[in-house]
Design a binder for this molecule. Structure first.
Ligand SMILES: C[S@@+](CC[C@H](N)C(=O)[O-])C[C@H]1O[C@@H](n2cnc3c(N)ncnc32)[C@H](O)[C@@H]1O
Length: 378
């Protein structure tokens, strides 16, 4: 262990794998010279202060009837979020291919986005969002998605919510993307900030990308994106907590499943079932990839009293919810689903607002878990 610095940061020890970049703060007087510092480790004092802050902001819980509303109307709160922000909120994440090369095992090296510069990567290695966006109820417009469905041949929003994929009913081998040789599913895809970089970067002709979200507003934005190509991609509405709803692919059919800042959005007691169901879709040797919020991330410390739903689970001002994980919790979720650990890392980053002279300590967790080659998973 390197010696803690009095200001709470110190450089990583020599020889440690530089997973998340390599700008280390060894001289704290230089903190405002760059926008971000990598692999920042916390002092005991800083960790204790974070724990105290969380104890304080979780002392008063959201009343039970409001908790029920946030659960029952979770989809509506996210729909409202996307109707307000459309596709302007989350940034495209071209760092994906550095952290998760499984998404583009044979990338087109000529594509400008396939090999992100370190500067670009620093800029985008986060999922930042407003914690207190206004909640605004807007009536759903299902017609747009149905017009899109007509144009693209994709299932309409209503169809994809209510219809079971026919191949599952009939046991047929045909399903969307069944002729592909490399299948990726992104769950909780939002407006496609992961999907479109994958489609741009991974030029494997055998690639097929499925992506889903329970917000029909988000899925519409994916389907209406000029880069949406139904011969390579299927966007559909799906609630990963809904055990009655089938995915449009059979068991053991996916090479990769991606979860980027989505597991944290669901209620903790539904996480295990959701991961176990997804695990069944992976082919033996297939990988589940996750990046999500870590315990004591700045976003957790910023919550005010009265926004806590249960331990480490909070509701934002706009009604969307977020959980802050430990590495062990994620390990338990994945291993209980029959997967084996390939990677489980914590990324501690110090972001700096040089104009306002502010420091922000971010904590993200990144995991890769594989379905064993010979197993009875589940
Ligand atoms: C923080 S956003 C991340 C979006 C996207 N993965 C990205 O990184 O840009 C969380 C996403 O999860 C979706 N989501 C939340 N709960 C879900 C559920 N039960 N089933 C499917 N999607 C869900 C939300 O609609 C939202 O798009």
């Amino acid at each position: 262990m390197a010696r803690p610095h009095p200001e709470g940061v110190h450089a990583v020890p020599n020889g440690k794998r530089e997973q998340f970049g390599s700008r280390f703060l060894s001289d704290p007087t230089r903190v405002f010279q760059h926008n971000a510092w990598d692999n920042v480790q916390w002092s005991e004092e800083q960790a204790a202060a974070a724990e105290k802050k969380v104890q304080e902001n979780s002392a008063q819980r959201v009343p039970q009837e409001k908790q029920v509303d946030y659960e029952l109307n979770a989809r509506k709160y996210w729909d409202d979020f996307y109707k307000i922000h459309e596709d302007g909120f989350f940034k495209d994440r071209h760092w994906l291919f550095t952290e998760f090369p499984e998404l583009a095992p044979s990338p087109n090296q000529n594509h400008p986005k396939s090999l992100p510069s370190e500067a670009k990567r620093r800029e985008t290695l986060e999922c930042d969002r407003s914690e207190d966006g206004p909640g605004l109820a807007v009536e759903q417009d299902m017609c747009l998605s149905n017009r899109v469905a007509e144009k693209t041949g994709a299932p309409s929003v209503e169809q994809s919510v209510t219809q079971k994929p026919s191949h599952l009913e009939q046991g047929a081998a045909e399903f969307p993307g069944s002729s592909a040789t490399y299948r990726i599913l992104e769950v909780g895809c939002g407006v496609g900030n992961t999907v479109f970089p994958i489609l741009q970067t991974n030029n494997d002709p055998g690639l097929f990308v499925y992506c889903c979200d329970f917000s029909s507003a988000a899925v519409e934005l994916v389907q209406t994106n000029p880069e949406y190509d139904p011969s390579r991609c299927l966007a559909f509405v799906h609630d990963l907590c809904d055990e009655e709803q089938s995915y449009p692919v059979p068991s053991d059919s996916l090479d990769v499943i991606v979860l980027i800042f989505v597991l944290s959005a669901i209620v903790p007691d539904k996480m295990q079932k959701a991961i176990s169901r997804l695990s069944q879709l992976l082919r033996p040797g297939g990988m589940m990839l996750l990046r999500d919020y870590g315990r004591y991330d700045m976003a957790q410390l910023r919550f005010r009293k009265g926004q806590c739903l249960s331990e480490h689970f909070y509701v934002r001002g706009d009604g969307t919810r977020v959980y802050f994980f430990t590495q062990d919790e994620l390990d338990t979720l994945f291993t209980a689903a029959g997967l084996e650990k390939v990677q489980n890392l914590v990324d501690r980053r110090l972001q700096v607002n040089r104009g306002k002279q502010l420091t922000m300590y971010r904590v993200w967790i990144q995991c890769k878990y594989r379905k064993p080659l010979l197993s009875g998973t589940g």
